[in-house]
Design a protein. Sequence first.
Length: 345
Amino acid sequence: MKKWLIRNVENVEKFFPLTEEEKKAFKEVISVYPFLSTSYYLSLAAESPAIRKMLLPDLREIDESIQSKGEDDPLCEERDKRTLHLTHRYPDRVLIVTTNFCPVLCRFCMRKRNWKRPTFFIEDPEIEKAVDYIKKNEKIRDVLISGGDPLFLPVEKLKKLLFKLKEINHVEVVRIGTRAPVILPQRLFDEELLETLEKAEKVWINTHFNHPDEITEISKEAVRKLLKAGIPVNNQTILLKDVNDSVETLERLFRGLQKIKVRPYYLFHCDPVKGVMHFSTPISKGLEIVENLFKRISPLAIPYYAVDGPGGKGKVQMLPNRYRKEGNYYIFRNFRGEIFKMPDR
Ligand SMILES: *Cc1c(COP(=O)(O)O)cnc(C)c1O
């Protein structure tokens, strides 16, 4: 297997020493939830306690008293599939899960259920089926390509999918969800990949920075290459307990992203996924953080805080409650906490 992928504890210890607790977690957890990282991301972990928490196995992942309330697939992505890889929930957009391969297995992964399956990359006949489904449904204007990490599909496959989508007139946007700029920015230095994304024309990248320690010179360089190719870059963060659940950390993250021209799009409340429950915070914590962000920075650097409803109910975007109606008036609360009203005329 590839040299830049690190799978076992001996190789991790070449980057930094592990505590007894971390060694124990490696022993007991990886038969259930394996470990995988790029050497690049491990080198970041050596310097960052927050990144270590996102990357290293944790005994709480297999602690039933913590995980029993979680489910393998709380969002019912499997139930709502229309082809083997395509989920259609909202009227104008679909999700295609193209692979379960990622070069880093993030401990908070919402698709941890797919870790147990042998590695798959969408087969060509399944690309056809997904594309046919989209062709027949003219309301679909936005196609999300997710995984795993789609930028690690064999590039011929990615090309095939993207160029077929390019030909469908009613598809206006193709969003690729990838952590490559975070966990292996070097991937974006591949000319063939970059050219593919550029020539596919409709591509937007949704990347996934969770912590300011992940914004490095080289990740900035990767983003710059995407922007230069005319590809908008947005970011989805997950609110993770003891990793980024403070207004100071998220302010630094979102300002850092804006500085490298990545628009913070979503701050997701952590989904109730089995094996991930120890990262969960109260919803009120997220709302309080967002409330404080609005006091401090421009909305251009503030993502939507959102829950994804269990049972496939879909996403709900939340804002702090800053207005209400009273009779013929709206009562507002501004960034300083001052109250004012305006008539509804
Ligand atoms: C999140 C998601 C989308 C995209 O939702 P947006 O709010 O437009 O980002 C589409 N389909 C499914 C199944 C999803 O989970």
